[in-house]
Design a protein around this ligand. Sequence first.
Ligand SMILES: [Zn+2]
Length: 476
Amino acid sequence: MLDLIIRGGQVVTPWGVGSWDVAVQGEKIVAVALEGALPSDAARILDASGKVVVPGGIEPHAHIAAPIAGRPGEFTAPPEAVSRSALFGGTTTLTDFAIQMGDFDIFQAIDERTGRWSGNSYCDYSHHCMLLGEVPTRVMEQIPEAIQGGFSTFKIFTTNIRPKENIPEGEGRLVGMGHLSGIMEKVAANGGLMFVHSEDDDIVQYMYKKLAEEERTEWFNIHEVHNNMSEDVSFRRVIRVAEWTEAAVYFVHVSAKEGLHAVREARGKGLPVYGETLHNYASFNADDYKQPDGMKYHTYPSLKSEEDRQALWEGLIKGGINSMATDEYCTDFATKIAGRTTHDITGGHNGAETRMGITFSEGVSKQGMSLGRFVDVTSANAAKIMGYYPRKGAIATGSDADIALLDPEFSKALSMGDLHIGDYSIWEGWQVHGWPVTTILRGKVVVEDGQFFGSLGDGQLIPRKIGGDILSRPAC
Ligand SMILES: [Zn+2]
């Protein structure tokens, strides 16, 4: 007898959308069948009539239990809190960062993360390796073994993000082009992929100084520091180094039309280059900074113009942007709005719960994004690019039974009562049309009718391996 049949929904599979029934045995999907073709004796039959049935979301970019910049000893929300809110929002896999720095090497960083998450997550997870500053040769030499161990993605920054004078000695993030070329060579030769926060540090640091001289350091000018030119120049430099080293690159948080154009041009040349944007970049623009406490909308690099925001949607719907992420960095509201100048504002927010619903509401309901594309940008593409696929990111026989049901008729202004993390949301009051209502993690129904049935320890570390097609050409 089957454990679970999901019956009567619009099911989004890798080969199309249809009225199919999904059969689950244990933790796996064992059949996607024509309506009524499955035996009717299952331990549980879940009626999905009127619902859209999609693979559980894959969050590619989250900072969980991470040190808060400028506040020593304080950390962003932990896996216990973020994983629960993610499941409420239809996301079943989170990816955060194992941070290598100075003498603390890649394996120590991975051990620290797996120790922090093991037994403390309601959903599945993995970690990118984050390499900071002047990465020692000894650390670069650990890259092949990390990839073999299932950690196949490497995050670097081409900027220190914050004003140079605010960064303690030895804690710079910037990886220079020389070190980057060395990292890329190692990563490319061993089946890994680069995650790049790409901004031109010279432009960023120059603009911090310029605004200070002009006495215009109010937070709402932050997009003049982290500006379109910086994204344009930096993306193109990184792509050239990737071309020389044959590395596959995923640009995190594309924020400007220039970044999208650079990604598209590279993909047009057949390079394995991918782009991500954030659901706050797709919902707000730099004018929103001017609202009272408008720094709450900020995530580095920055919100840009309305024209940029619309370009990001064009990329999400038509191609060039592969995935919608959160850059989750959950603090309480008081911490979020404490910094009030371009030099000390706090980036990030709590978004793991709202990512799928906002993308559905803004993309599918309001702009006619296809259901297939919705699944690509919220789950399948991230799964492919990071190496979770086809175990994750697909409703298909043999894949993990990670499934979200969305109700396209759900229509209301979001209140904090709808959400399950933090003491604020930048979407409070936002009118949504369509929202995740049921979530299944490896065959276990963990969210249903607003109730939570997950257990700490349900979450597993998922080893990753990226397909050769993703690494050699723009394959999603
Ligand atoms: Zn980030």
